[in-house]
Design a protein around this ligand. Structure first.
Ligand SMILES: Cc1ncc(COP(=O)(O)O)c(C=O)c1O
Length: 208
């Protein structure tokens, strides 16, 4: 008998019991060190090993190649809605957005606050985000500094099956929050993709 029930929420949902048991054990005594994970120095060797292992896990599961960095940052995916334009959108340049749901809307809102120009290259807003725009509906701006998509539109049940072809040399920034590890993506240097994902149950958000 277990006191647990299954939660199939669209956000954080049920995890395998062995995972929970291992996490429980690590709070008490991680990696046989005699100290719980929350009591270890974040500059210590034990923590370094855990971080390395976490990065390796992300790379293996997500098919992330070596020429991409994995950053573990505080804040959720929403923080990336402002961090991405803060880092990539100068005031005199334009970022192109594909508007496919509420999370894309929030990304647009934050980018606008920061003063850069925003161009909506395609949108399914007028039909309540019922679909992913087709390739021939997309109108890129003249020289976007990056293009932004939301790979999976959590509320609407729509998903980019393949990423859109962006103009040559334009980095693609993808919010992959809700499908990051559900499939391996093709990330190649000629594709020039930069992803800003989290996983609902990741304690910190990997950014690649
Ligand atoms: C696609 C997508 N982007 C962004 C977010 C926001 O994530 P956070 O709550 O980590 O800020 C969510 C949350 O459900 C999401 O599904």
């Amino acid at each position: 008998m277990t006191d647990r029930i299954y939660n199939f929420s669209a956000g954080p949902a049920v995890l395998p019991e062995p995972v929970l048991r291992k996490a429980q054990e690590a709070i008490w005594n991680v990696a046989g060190s005699g100290i719980g994970i929350m009591e270890h120095s974040h500059r210590g060797k034990v923590f370094d090993r855990i971080l390395d292992e976490a990065e390796r896990g992300c790379r293996d599961l997500g098919g992330i190649p070596d020429n991409y960095r994995v950053l573990f940052l505080q804040g959720g995916a929403s923080l990336q809605f402002s961090m991405v334009p803060m880092n990539l959108l100068p005031a005199d340049r334009t970022a192109d957005f594909l508007l496919t749901g509420v999370w894309a809307q929030k990304a647009v809102k934050e980018a606008k606050i920061l003063g850069g120009k925003v161009h909506i290259a395609a949108s399914s807003e007028s039909t309540n985000f019922d679909r992913i725009p087709k390739a021939d509906e997309i109108r890129w701006s003249a020289n976007p500094v990056y293009a932004h998509i939301t790979t999976n539109n959590t509320i609407y049940g729509t998903q980019w099956r393949t990423e859109p072809a962006v103009p040559a040399g334009v980095p693609l920034v993808a919010d992959t929050s809700s499908d990051m590890y559900s499939r391996q993506r093709v990330i190649t240097s000629n594709h020039d993709a930069l992803h800003s994902p989290n996983r609902k149950q990741s304690p910190r958000q990997p950014i690649i």
